[in-house]
Structure formats: structure tokens, C-alpha cells
Write a protein that binds this ligand. Structure first.
Ligand code: NAI
Length: 461
């Protein structure tokens, strides 16, 4: 069998690429070694974590907010086994959905792990498949941290954290990034004491500074404990739980803490093992990512790469967009991704969402900008939802009024951000958003008010 394109990896990058290739008339196959399609995101990442975040949020609401709304009675108790079943059903529904889409689009699934013995050849087991083009979409894996002994039961990565035997009484999270704060939130809501140990002095590196501060305050209010400026030296199983040693950066003092479970969440690295990239002569960056040009081509003719295995933010939607773009390139079109408009969302409660430049970046670039801010407390719908915490902050060019970035902490932030993304893609000025009629009462009105705040001022503050 000979193909126009074989894609290695069926995560969000690979499976989206495959469907688009097939839609564009290319004979397409995907090699995937997991039992199910969907990669890390659908099997052990984005989707299962959102199932647990959703379920645990319902409990939090029942425990803390129902009585105020006149919903009296005992909050439900946690049936952890059932919550894991629910999570698994969500995963199965999604992964089977991709299988259906492959059949519908006539994409072949070659089961197994691929290597590339030569350009135009993909080896799976003992079979070598011929193809005009190869797209590597092999994703990422957890970066190990020196001194941390992961056993996926007591000292876990995000994978183990999604299937713990029981809800721990205490959890130490190493790293205040997206994974640590999302999964830390899940277990905090389910009743664990959660302590986050972070190397830097602020959480969520790269986010807008004002968001970082407010977000950390919010999480502290929810009961999460933070140890900041602390470099973890070691973590290992000890007795029935685990022990973590860290050094405070300010005075080099060493501290030891214990918990039932430790979650390692200090970042991910490209997963390219077994592909044979060395022998093939594929150039990697100094961070071990596959180097690609603007058309996602590697230095080897006919070999392309996308997603977490390549430079850029490790986000499912970045990989999806690259998957579509490279499919278009292979079909002779002009695939393109606008890296200036890639949103980032943290699915805690409240949610955090951002796109474009942060205030810190604009200052560093010496750019003249203005800030339009609006608190959700002034938004009727948020108040009706008992969710008045947080704000929308729009950054616009001081002279042209063009939107340069937006940062939201608040209810539905992960949905609201897309209004700004669309606006930015169209080169919108803050005034364009401010003059667009927004339905009342909606959370989206807070976005409009922030846009109004870039001009003559918001109405409701
Ligand atoms: P991250 O890079 O977001 O955060 C890691 C944190 O660990 C950083 O704050 C870093 O300063 C800290 N750290 C590093 N070494 C440390 C040490 N020795 N001691 C204490 N702290 C230390 O990494 P994370 O959360 O593991 O996520 C990995 C990737 O997956 C990220 O690129 C993230 O964007 C992506 N992801 C995205 C999600 C989303 O979009 N909602 C959800 C989950 C993951």
C-alpha cells in the first residue's frame, strides 16, 4: 500500500491533520501505538482532566454556594470510583469519535509504533509502508526532574494523577504551571490539603503579571497553600506517603515536607523516541524539538513535523492548527498559523484565559499602550451566577487603538477570549469591540466594557 501522507501520532495535531489531508483528497494513514486514538490530550490530558474539573466543581458549588441561593441540604459525598468511571466514559466517547471520523474520511489507522528508516518509508512492526510525505506529530512526554522518583502511584505525573486509587488527604504539587494548578484544584475541591511548591516567585510563568497576582490570591482563598521561590531537590515514596525536599532560593535553607501523594508538574518535553530521527539526520533544536521551517518542513525532503514535538507553546489547539496548515501545504495550498493569536486557557474556577501580548511584554518592547479593564462585579449576569470574581483586561495600541492582547480571570474566561481572538485576526481596534452590540445579560458584556474602558470609559463601573 502506498500513501500520499503518513502521519505519525494520532493526538490533536495528528488526527486533525489526517482528517484535513483526507478532505483535501490525499490518501492518508495515521500510525498510532496506543490502544485508542486521541493521544495524550484525549486519553490522559485535556479531556479527562476537564471531566474531573467539572465534576469536582459541582461538589465545590454544592458545598460552598448552594445554600446562599436557597438550595439547602447536605452536599453530596464523593464516590471516587464512579467519578473515574464518568471520566473514562468521557474519554471513550471522544476517542471512539475520532475512530468514527477516520472511517468516515477513509483515513487508515496503522496500529503500532512507527520509525522512519528512510524518506518516503514508515516502518511499523515488520512492515514498511511507502508514502510521498511523512508528518511527525509524536507529541510530548513529562520531563523528568532530577531527584524525583516517579512511580505513578505515590509520586505521580499528570497521568497517574488522573487515576489515583483514592482521593488523598494531602498532596504536594511540584510546579505552579497549568497542570499543577488544574489538577491541584481538582484534589483541593475533593478535600485534599494541597501545597504547591514553585521555583519562581510567581505562578503560571509567562502570564500577565496582574493576572498572576490575582489568580494566586484567588487560589489561596480557595485554600491552596503556596511555597514560592523554592527549588525541589528530591521527592520519593516514604512510608505510606511521600517526602519532598526543597531549597528556598532566598536563603538556601533546606526543608522537608510529607504528603500522601506528590504530583510532578514541572513541564513536558518533545517525545521523539524510537522514530530513528538521528539515523535519518533530522535536525533538532538545542531543546530537543524537531526544527521546522514556516511550512513545517524538516531538513529532510518529504518529512514534516507539527505540535508539541516542534517549537512553540505545547497546546493541543496549536497542534491542531498546525495539523490543518501542513495538510494544506501538502495539498499545494498555503497553510498558515498566526502565532500572535493563540489563546491559552487554565480551566480552574474561575478560569484564566489570555491571548496576545502581556503588559510586561509591551513594556519590554517599549510600546505605547493603553489598558481597558472591567471587573466582573459590575456585570449583571456574573452577579446572578454568584461569580463576580475577576476581571477582563484589554491592552490596545495607544495611538491606533488596535487590540494587542487580552487577559481574563473570571467565569467563562475560556469561552470569552475567542471574541478577542476573532477581533485580533481581523485587526480590530478596541472601539470595534466596544461598538458591537452585545446581548444583555451576558458575561460577554464584560469584554465589551473592557473595550469601552480603552476609550471613553465603561458604563457599569
Ligand atoms: P509549565 O511549564 O506550565 O509549569 C511548570 C512550572 O514548574 C513552572 O512554573 C516552573 O517554574 C516550575 N518548576 C520547574 N522546576 C521546578 C523545581 N525544581 N521546583 C519547583 N518548581 C519548578 O508545565 P506543566 O504545568 O507541567 O505543563 C506542561 C505543558 O502542558 C505546558 O506547556 C502547558 O501549557 C501544557 N498544558 C496546557 C494545559 C491547558 O492549556 N489548559 C493543561 C495542561 C498542560
Amino acid at each position: 500500500m502506498s500513501y500520499d501522507v503518513i502521519i505519525i501520532g494520532a493526538g490533536p495535531g495528528g488526527y486533525v491533520c489526517a482528517i484535513r489531508c483526507a478532505q483535501l483528497g490525499l490518501k492518508t494513514a495515521v500510525v498510532e501505538g496506543r490502544e485508542t486514538l486521541g493521544g495524550t490530550c484525549l486519553n490522559v490530558g485535556c479531556i479527562p482532566s476537564k471531566a474531573l474539573l467539572h465534576a469536582s466543581h459541582q461538589l465545590h458549588e454544592a458545598e460552598h454556594n448552594f445554600a446562599k441561593m436557597g438550595l439547602k441540604g447536605k452536599a453530596p459525598s464523593v464516590d471516587w470510583a464512579q467519578m473515574l468511571t464518568y471520566k473514562q466514559e468521557v474519554i471513550d466517547g471522544n476517542t471512539k469519535g475520532i475512530e468514527f471520523l477516520f472511517k468516515k474520511n477513509k483515513v487508515d489507522w496503522i496500529k503500532g509504533w512507527a520509525s522512519i528508516p528512510a524518506p518516503g518509508k514508515v516502518k511499523v512492526g515488520d512492515t514498511v509502508h511507502e508514502t510521498k510525505n511523512i508528518v511527525i506529530a509524536s507529541g510530548s512526554e513529562v520531563s523528568p526532574l532530577k531527584g524525583v522518583e516517579v512511580d505513578e502511584k505515590t509520586v505521580v505525573t499528570s497521568t497517574g494523577a488522573l487515576e489515583l486509587g483514592k482521593v488523598p488527604k494531602s498532596m504536594i504539587v511540584i510546579g505552579a504551571g497549568v497542570i499543577g494548578l488544574e489538577l491541584g484544584s481538582v484534589y483541593k475541591r475533593l478535600g485534599a490539603d494541597v501545597t504547591v511548591i514553585e521555583f519562581l516567585d510567581q505562578i503560571t510563568p509567562g502570564m500577565d503579571g496582574e493576572i498572576q497576582k490575582t489568580f494566586q490570591r484567588t487560589l489561596k482563598k480557595q485554600g491552596m497553600t503556596f511555597v514560592m521561590g523554592a527549588a525541589v531537590q528530591s521527592a520519593a515514596k516514604k512510608g505510606k506517603g511521600a517526602e519532598v525536599t526543597y531549597k528556598l532560593r532566598k536563603d538556601d535553607s533546606e526543608h522537608t515536607v510529607q504528603a500522601d501523594v506528590v504530583l510532578l508538574a514541572t513541564g513536558r518535553r518533545p517525545f521523539v523516541e524510537g522514530l530513528g530521527l538521528d539515523a535519518l539526520g533530522v535536525t533538532l533544536t538545542d531543546r530537543g524539538q524537531i526544527a521546522v521551517d514556516g511550512r513545517y518542513a524538516t531538513n529532510i525532503q518529504g518529512v514534516y513535523a507539527i505540535g508539541d514535538a516542534t517549537p512553540g507553546p505545547m497546546l493541543a489547539h496549536k497542534a491542531e492548527d498546525e495539523g490543518m496548515a501542513v495538510a494544506e501545504v501538502l495539498a499545494g495550498q498555503h497553510g498558515h498559523v498566526n502565532y500572535d493569536v493563540i489563546p491559552g486557557v487554565i480551566y480552574t474556577h474561575p478560569e484564566v484565559a489570555s491571548v496576545g501580548k502581556t503588559e510586561e511584554q509591551l513594556k519590554e518592547e517599549g510600546r505605547a499602550y493603553k489598558v481597558g479593564k472591567f471587573n466582573f462585579m459590575g456585570n449583571g449576569r456574573a452577579k446572578a451566577m454568584n461569580a463576580g470574581e475577576g476581571f477582563v483586561k484589554i491592552l490596545a495600541d495607544k495611538e491606533t487603538d488596535r487590540v494587542l492582547g487580552c487577559h481574563i480571570l473570571g467565569p467563562g474566561a475560556g469561552e470569552l477570549i475567542h471574541e478577542i481572538c476573532v477581533g485580533m485576526e481581523f485587526g480590530a481596534a478596541a472601539e470595534d469591540i466596544a461598538r458591537t452590540c452585545h446581548a444583555h445579560p451576558t458575561l460577554s458584556e464584560a469584554v465589551r466594557e473592557a473595550a469601552l474602558a480603552c476609550g471613553d470609559g465603561p458604563i457599569h463601573s
